[in-house]
Design a protein around this ligand. Structure first.
Ligand code: GLU
Length: 473
């Protein structure tokens, strides 16, 4: 095909935008991967990676359905209507796999960006899972348990005919945890008239869930960060006065900023603290809570209870023991010092300004717990300032990887112990790091894990699509 690589990249983006108008987040996610893969395109030889990319960037199937659910106010029940989405993006490597998001910001663009990211993330796990994502607009804030159950059941009424253990296996994401998966699975069984555990992952261990699934994204994030610390031997770059108490290749004594306070943030914090690191922040949509010396174990327990049982806001943490609450502020606006940043809240939370604050505060490692938490310009900036940048597709893959382990256990009709799952999760994260690093190294850019992760994920899907005859007339 004619044209320079830059011209072809422009053309692919223009054509995709024409077919998916007004979908900013989706375009951002596609552009991030496309532009990062330039070194691959420049060395494509006989292959047509660019042509393949334009095929892979188009979802295999987009499903939209009406969801009607009641809420119960003082005036009686009220019926609400919303749109349910399921984007079955890519099945080259296995059944569509990815979470469901219930949040006010959900749109077709958000679900497509997440589904697109999921393709490459899932490929990196080296497990047989394709990419998909779904969800709907819903604000769980202040909703009763019954109202959440109503939404889940009515959402499943629209979704159930499109999913199945060998077809599409949803799980959780923002606003969808164990409680919601339980309600959705209950409704699925009612509608189908038979149990089929493998249709959803992230189930409670009471009825078919895997041990350690709730912990997996956060733990995986820390395991891969540890791999990076080892590989790049960061310890030797620390100034002399900071080395005391900082064991080599370990979190000991390192200051870690975490954003978010959901599943990923909570378990990343637990693991960082277990390894001796100081977790100095959490946040939610209303503000940030910080601790200069690092949260204590009791404070972390309080946060778990607040978020998972009381379903409250971080502002409700007791600030007596050296905690400070910053109303309406994100972690990245505060200009805090840190060694490591683990953005684990939501997309685009680190803007260029936030990235500058991080660099100015001495941050030398960013590992992404949330999906696309950093804007494209902020990624470009950070890559020039920090020593280690681990993109979400690699860094937060532990969740979906453990979902795939849940699928395997459900198919085999047996359960593994926490130790077995943890060992497998650790192995998968180590392997993801090694794959991204090796791919980056092969292209003479060993520091560039953004390229390494994107290229390794892309090549896996490319090879499968090529073998399936999807790439040539
Ligand atoms: N929502 C998670 C993610 O972004 C997990 C998806 C899954 O377990 O299927 O990867």
């Amino acid at each position: 095909m004619a044209g320079t690589i830059e011209e072809r990249i422009e053309e692919i983006l223009r054509a995709l935008k024409g077919r998916h108008p007004g979908q900013e987040e989706f375009m951002q996610a596609v552009e991030e991967v496309l532009v990062s893969l330039k070194p691959l395109f420049e060395n494509q030889g006989e292959e047509d990676y660019l042509g393949a990319f334009s095929v892979i960037a188009e979802p295999e199937r987009v499903i939209k359905f009406r969801v009607q659910y009641p809420t119960f106010g003082p005036e009686g029940a009220e019926l609400h209507t919303t749109t349910g989405y399921r984007v079955q993006f890519n099945s080259a490597l296995g059944p569509y796999k990815g979470g469901l998001r219930f949040h006010p910001s959900v749109s077709e663009s958000i679900i497509k960006f997440l589904g697109f990211e999921q393709i490459f993330k899932n490929a990196l796990t080296n497990l047989p899972i394709g990419g998909g994502k779904g969800g709907c607009v819903f604000d769980p804030k202040g909703k009763s348990d019954s109202e959440v159950r109503m939404l889940c059941e009515h959402f499943m009424k629209g979704l159930y005919r499109h999913i199945g253990p060998n077809l599409d296996v949803p799980a959780g994401d923002i606003g969808v945890g164990g409680r919601e998966i339980g309600y959705m699975y209950g409704e699925y069984v009612r509608l189908k008239g038979q149990p089929d555990m493998g249709v959803l992952t992230g189930k409670s261990t009471d009825f078919g869930g895997s041990k350690l699934r709730p912990e997996a994204t956060g733990y995986g994030l820390v395991y891969i960060t540890l791999e990076a610390l080892k590989k790049y031997n960061h310890y030797r770059y620390l100034p002399e006065e900071r080395r005391a108490g900082v064991a080599e290749n370990c979190f000991k004594g390192l200051k870690v900023l975490i954003s978010g306070s959901g599943n990923v943030a909570q378990f990343a914090a637990q693991k960082v603290m277990e390894l001796g690191g100081q977790v100095c922040s959490f946040s939610d949509s209303t503000g940030t809570i910080t601790s200069t010396e690092g949260f204590s174990e009791d404070q972390l327990k309080e946060l778990f209870h607040l978020k998972n049982v009381k379903r409250g806001r971080v502002s409700e943490m007791s600030t007596a023991e050296g905690l400070e609450y910053h109303a309406g502020k994100s972690v990245w606006e505060l200009g805090l010092n840190c060694d490591i940043a683990l953005p684990s809240a939501t997309q685009n939370e680190i803007t260029l300004e936030g990235a500058k604050n991080l660099a100015a505060g001495g941050c030398w490692c960013v590992a992404e717990g949330a999906n696309m938490p950093t804007t494209n310009e902020a990624v470009d900036y950070l890559k020039t300032k920090v020593d280690i940048y681990i993109p979400a597709k690699a860094a937060n893959a532990g969740g979906v990887a453990t979902s795939a382990l849940e699928m395997a256990q459900n198919s085999a009709r047996l359960f593994w112990s926490s130790e077995e799952v943890d060992e497998k999760l650790n192995g998968i994260m180590t392997n993801i790091f090694a794959t991204a690093y090796k791919t980056a190294q092969e292209f003479d850019r060993p520091w560039d894990l953004q390229f390494g992760a994107n290229a390794a994920g892309f090549l896996k899907v490319y090879k499968a699509y090529k073998a399936m005859g999807y790439l040539k007339f």
